[in-house]
Design a protein around this ligand. Structure first.
Ligand SMILES: Cc1ncc(C[n+]2csc(CCOP(=O)(O)OP(=O)(O)O)c2C)c(N)n1
Ligand code: SF4
Length: 350
């Protein structure tokens, strides 16, 4: 069976500044179940990279194990990719990033991959503020292994087999804020209009950028009684704000209707433009993000949008004061500057 995409494309497809059409950012044909939320997220990632004029070979796609972790095969065919071990994507991404900081690291994980076996690695990659985008395709179950409840399934929600989950869920967005993540957003796979600019902003964030995307599993977790089904999420979603991302190179304009607007300058000069819907919503205030997420949880709502950002974040390379040049470009002469220099350093310590 072949999973190649048909080659034909409309000749008038728009091109980005690099001269690529959006299909250049696609991957192999998906083998996920038809209607799986993960496929919509893959499409939003491809769209975001197209709109940001990213050279695909400058991207490293990292993932763990799960249906979600398979998705890097379905976007950015021309990028680097590493499908690692269940829950171990953060440590593999850390090693790769330390060796070559010039790539854009995009980590894709599932709620099983992150909130159970990978929980320790998730906590520590946040603490280290590794410069990467970390996306969880959150369906509240282990899709690949036939729909067992994951640690993000809400207490009281029902699986397809009818069993009720007895345990409180882990709220990954709250946890990320608490652990010190410098960019935390939440969205829904069925809302590409909100998700695409969030991914673009995350890609330009100079540090760890976390996006928790509710992504219904149509096969095992889209039944009445599940709080990760399409119907439930559509009914219980509340947006903190609609926003647009304006890269420094060119402005993307959009009509967002009435409301107040706030502009947040990112490190690279690009601008996050937020249209406030909720009164007093301040994405620069970590404390209000925690409170808003807690109160949404109590009301059984899903808060979406950019929840928190620290535009002046210092990533792991800044903290470790690593070389400006990526480690993989250093040669022996750079690393072993000779005995004369060593003598000088030793003399300075006597
Ligand atoms: C060390 C190890 N333990 C268990 C498994 C079995 N396993 C494969 S995928 C998976 C969970 C996948 O769930 P999730 O990360 O939520 O991804 P989804 O398939 O729902 O997208 C598990 C438990 C494994 N592959 N490796
Ligand atoms: S089992 Fe669920 S998560 Fe996996 S591909 Fe099918 S719908 Fe998607």
């Amino acid at each position: 069976m072949s999973y190649a995409r048909p080659k034909f494309r409309h000749p008038d497809l728009p091109k980005n500044a690099l001269g690529y059409t959006v299909d250049y950012y696609e991957g192999s044909l998906s083998t996920l179940c038809a209607g799986c939320g993960h496929d919509s997220i893959s499409a939003a990632i491809a769209q975001a990279c197209f709109e940001l004029d990213i050279e695909p070979h400058r991207v490293a796609k990292m993932s763990g194990i799960g249906c979600s972790s398979k998705t890097p095969a379905y976007f950015l065919n021309n990028s680097h990719g590493f499908n690692s071990v269940h829950g171990r994507m953060p440590s593999v991404a850390t090693g790769a990033n330390l060796a070559n900081k010039d790539l854009l690291y995009l980590g894709v994980s599932g709620d099983g991959d992150t909130a159970s076996i990978g929980m320790g690695q998730f906590a520590h990659v946040i603490r280290r503020n590794l410069n990467m985008v970390y996306m969880v395709m959150n369906n509240g179950c282990y899709g690949l292994t036939k729909g067992q409840d994951s640690a993000t399934a809400d207490a009281g929600s029902k699986s397809k087999a009818g069993s009720v989950n007895l345990f409180e869920s882990i709220d990954l967005a709250s946890l990320a804020v608490e652990l010190g993540a410098t960019f935390v957003a939440q969205s829904f796979s069925g809302d590409k209009q909100q998700l695409t600019p969030l991914i673009k902003a995350a890609m330009r964030h100079p540090g760890f950028a976390f996006i928790n995307v509710i992504s219904p599993c149509v096969t095992f977790n889209n039944n009445p009684g599940s709080t990760k089904s399409y119907d439930y999420v559509r009914e219980h979603m509340e947006a903190t704000a609609t926003f647009d991302f304006v890269p420094i190179q060119r402005e993307i304009t959009a009509d967002y209707g009435s409301g107040t607007t706030e502009e947040i300058s990112m490190h690279d000069g690009s601008i996050l433009r937020l249209k406030k819907l909720q009164e007093n919503w301040d994405p620069l205030d970590r404390f209000s993000a925690v409170t808003a997420l807690q109160s949404a949880r109590e009301k059984q709502e899903i808060l979406t949008g950019l929840l928190y950002v620290d535009p002046d974040a210092h990533d792991l390379h800044d903290l470790l004061e690593t070389s400006d040049r990526p480690l993989n470009s250093l040669v022996e002469a750079d690393l072993c500057p000779g005995s004369a220099l060593l003598e000088k350093i030793n003399a300075g310590k006597r």
